[in-house]
Design a protein. Structure first.
Ligand code: PLP
Length: 394
C-alpha cells in the first residue's frame, strides 16, 4: 500500500477519533522514527510516554522475538513465568504488596476505583465517594472518564459513574474540605500529564495523605504517565516522599506493548477475591517478557541518574533560551511542559516540519516526553528546533 492509499483507507474505514498528520511511519530506531517518504524524525513524544527504551531496543526485540516463538497467550486461567517475574519485580521495588494486571492506563484506574469501592463497602459502612482533581486525566472508560476533569471528554457520554467529585488541584484546603468520612478514595496524578505537565506540590500530596488517613480513605496515585523512571526516580511518588495505597501504571511498562498494572497494599488486596475482577489478555507471556526487559533496565541506579541529569539539562536549556514566548518551563525528569504565550498546536506542527516530534498538553503548553535513553546532543537538537519555531511564529 502506498502512502496515499493508506491515508485513504484510514479515512474510509477507521473511526475518526484522531486527527492525524499526513505521515505514515514505517520504522523506528532508538530516538528516531522514519516515514514512508524516507524522512527522519527526532521523537520527543515516545508514543506519548510509552517507548521508554526508544524504538527497537535490541534487548527488547530479542526478548519479544524469543517469547513469541515460545508462548504468546494462555489467558489468566493459567500460570506463566514472565508474569510471575514481573509481579515480583514491581512489588519488591515499590510500596506495594500485590499487583493486578490489565492492558491500559484506563483499565488500571478502573481497577483502582473498583478496589477502593470494595474496601469502602467491606470495611467502612459501604462508603463509595471518590475525590478527583481539576485538570486530571485518568482515561476514557466510564469509570476512569468519570474521574477525568475535562468536560469535552465527559459531557458527550453522560450520565457517568456517580459519586465522583472534583476538587481544585494543588489547593490543599479545598481538598481537605472535599475529603470527608464518606470518601473511600482520592485519585491524583503526582504530575498531571495531559492536564498541562503540572506537578503537585509536596505539601499538597502530604496533605492529601494526611486527610485520607484521617478519614480512612485510600490514596490512589495515577503514575500511568509519570511513573517508571520518567521523573528520574523509579516512581514519581519518590520525588515527593508520600506513599499511596494504590498506584496505577501503564504506558512505558512494556516499552510499546499494551499493559496496565494496579499496585496495591496488602490491606487492599485482602478484600479482593477470585472473580472480583479480571482480564483475558492481561499480562500474557509476550507482553511480560517485554516488560521484564524494560523494568530491569529502567530500575538501574545509573539509568535513573542519567534520566535525572538529562532532564535537568533539558529544563536548563529551555529556561535559559530567554525567549519572550516562553512563559514557564516545568516538570520533573524527562516530562517537561513549556507554557507559551500563544497556541501550542502550530508550534508542534512547525517542529514536526523541522523533523522534531513533540506533544502538546492543553491549549498553550508544549509537552516533551522523549524516550528515557535520550542523549544531550538529541536534547540540543530538539531545543534548537523548538526555539526556532517559537522565534519564527511570533
Ligand atoms: N492516566 C494518565 C495519567 C494518562 O496520562 C493516561 C493517558 O494518557 C491514562 C491514564 C489513560 O491511559 P490509556 O490511554 O492507556 O488508557
Amino acid at each position: 500500500m502506498d502512502k496515499q492509499a493508506i491515508i485513504q483507507a484510514e479515512a474510509d474505514y477507521v473511526l475518526h477519533t484522531y486527527n492525524r498528520p499526513e505521515i505514515v511511519f514505517t520504522h523506528g530506531k532508538g530516538m528516531f522514527l522514519y516515514d514512508s517518504d524516507g524522512n527522519e524524525y527526532l521523537d520527543f513524544t515516545s508514543g506519548i510516554a510509552v517507548t521508554a527504551l526508544g524504538h527497537s531496543d535490541p534487548d527488547w526485540v530479542t526478548a519479544v522475538s524469543q517469547q513469541a516463538t515460545q508462548l504468546t497467550h494462555v489467558s489468566n486461567l493459567f500460570h506463566t513465568a514472565p508474569q510471575a517475574q514481573l509481579a515480583q519485580k514491581l512489588v519488591e521495588n515499590s510500596f506495594a504488596d500485590k499487583v493486578f494486571f490489565c492492558n491500559s492506563g484506563a483499565e488500571a484506574n478502573e481497577a483502582a476505583l473498583k478496589f477502593a469501592r470494595k474496601v469502602g463497602k467491606t470495611h467502612h459502612d459501604g462508603k463509595t465517594k471518590i475525590v478527583a482533581f481539576t485538570g486530571g486525566f485518568h482515561g476514557r472508560t466510564m469509570g476512569s472518564l468519570s474521574a477525568t476533569y475535562k468536560s469535552q471528554y465527559r459531557d458527550p457520554f453522560a450520565p457517568l459513574v456517580p459519586g465522583i467529585t472534583f476538587a481544585p488541584f494543588n489547593n490543599l484546603s479545598a481538598a481537605q474540605e472535599a475529603i470527608t468520612e464518606d470518601t473511600c478514595a482520592v485519585i491524583v496524578e503526582p504530575i498531571q500529564g495531559e492536564g498541562g505537565v503540572n506537578p503537585a506540590t509536596p505539601e499538597f500530596l502530604h496533605g492529601l495523605h494526611a486527610a485520607c488517613h484521617a478519614h480512612k480513605a485510600l490514596l490512589i496515585f495515577d503514575e500511568v504517565q509519570c511513573g517508571l523512571g520518567r521523573t528520574g526516580t523509579l516512581w514519581a511518588y519518590q520525588q515527593f516522599g508520600v506513599l499511596p495505597n494504590i498506584m496505577t501504571l501503564a504506558k512505558p511498562l512494556a516499552g510499546g506493548l499494551p499493559i496496565g498494572a494496579t499496585l496495591v497494599t496488602q490491606a487492599v488486596a485482602n478484600v479482593i477475591k477470585p472473580g472480583d475482577h479480571g482480564s483475558t489478555f492481561a499480562a500474557g507471556p509476550l507482553v511480560c517478557a517485554a516488560a521484564n526487559v524494560v523494568f530491569d533496565k529502567v530500575k538501574q541506579p545509573n539509568f535513573l541518574q542519567t534520566v535525572q541529569e538529562n532532564g535537568a539539562y533539558l529544563k536548563h536549556r529551555l529556561q535559559t533560551l530567554e525567549l519572550e514566548q516562553i512563559v514557564e518551563v516545568r516538570g520533573h525528569g524527562l516530562l517537561v511542559g513549556i507554557t507559551i504565550n500563544q497556541p501550542a498546536a502550530p508550534i508542534m506542527t512547525a517542529a514536526r516540519d523541522k523533523g522534531v516530534l513533540i506533544l502538546t498538553a492543553g491549549e498553550d503548553v508544549l509537552r516533551l516526553a522523549p524516550a528515557l535513553i535520550v542523549n544531550r546532543e538529541e536534547i540540543d537538537t530538539a531545543v534548537s528546533a523548538i526555539a526556532a519555531c517559537l522565534e519564527e511564529n511570533i
